[in-house]
Design a protein around this ligand. Structure first.
Ligand SMILES: [Zn+2]
Length: 283
């Protein structure tokens, strides 16, 4: 065990595996104390074909899937317990208890409490586009960025946690636009419309992705590919374990995809920075 600690704050049960799961698996295997906080319960998520009968019991199903996935990744799970919001224009967004409608001061306080208890050097959350503009992802970015600063301020949330604490680094997980363009091309070749992607046909792939020059860190998880896939497969109600496998052989998938990319927000990244370890004492 090292004295390195990492806290990720992500929106939904499955974001930890479908997102930077390879990073979590690798750091946990290397002895880092990895903590994953998931903001919502997954109740507004859509259900993969064949899993319609799980809708009634969706929160319990997704809780079980999340527990199993985080266990495989080797991390400690923290559930913030809010209700999902839906994607843009979803009626679920009007629910008074939807994550995006909860008082921000309260939510930031929950993340401050985690930071002051866990004392992570590195904090990870979604980037400001939320990857694909999901309101819950964007809310995570907002509250975690605020909590990163507030946790160190003795005048903010004085009633919470052991004592103020300033994590060293804040990273945003991001999808590179090159990868998105590649997927959009593959979709066109298969006769699908990348402007209306996803199970609900409401995601425009052509508008997603971060420019390469903004991505300042990459974590290679080829050696932990199987762990990430095993964790992803736990989210079977979300189609986990089925999506990429049909397109390419595993060796090609690893070559193309076994890298998580990040934007370093704090400390600000100097031009040309490219880190391969989120804990490195870089510039
Ligand atoms: Zn999500």
């Amino acid at each position: 065990m090292t004295d390195k600690r990492l806290l990720a704050v992500l929106a939904h049960p499955d974001d930890e595996s479908f997102g930077p799961g390879g990073t979590f698996a690798r750091y946990a295997a290397e002895g880092v104390d990895v903590h994953i906080a998931i903001a919502t319960d997954g109740v507004a998520g859509s259900v993969a074909e064949g899993y319609e009968d799980t809708l009634q019991d969706l929160v319990n199903v997704r809780t079980r899937e999340l527990d199993a996935a985080v266990n495989i990744l080797g991390a400690t799970l923290h559930k913030l317990g809010y209700r999902d919001s839906g994607y843009i224009n979803d009626p679920a967004n009007h629910h008074p208890e939807a994550f995006i409608n909860i008082d921000e001061h309260e939510v930031i306080g929950k993340v401050v409490a985690l930071i002051r208890e866990i004392r992570p050097q590195v904090v990870i959350t979604h980037d400001e586009t939320g990857g694909y503009y999901h309101p819950d992802h964007i809310q995570c970015w907002k509250v975690t960025t605020a909590a990163f600063q507030a946790a160190a301020d003795p005048d903010q949330y004085p009633e919470i946690g052991p004592e103020p604490y300033q994590p060293e680094r804040l990273y945003y997980t991001a999808i590179p636009n090159r990868a998105v363009k590649f997927f959009a091309l593959m979709m066109r070749l298969r006769g699908q419309d990348p402007k209306h992607a996803g199970r609900n046909k409401d995601i425009d792939y052509t508008k997603l992705g971060i420019a390469p020059e903004l991505l300042t860190a990459s974590i290679d998880y080829r050696a932990y590919w199987d762990v990430k896939m095993a964790a992803s497969a736990q989210h079977s109600s979300q189609g986990g374990g089925t999506s990429r496998n049909r397109l390419f052989p595993v060796w090609l998938q690893k070559l193309l995809f076994a890298k998580d990319l990040y934007i370093r927000a704090v400390p600000p990244a100097p031009p040309g920075l490219h880190e391969t370890d989120l804990f490195a004492n870089g510039r």
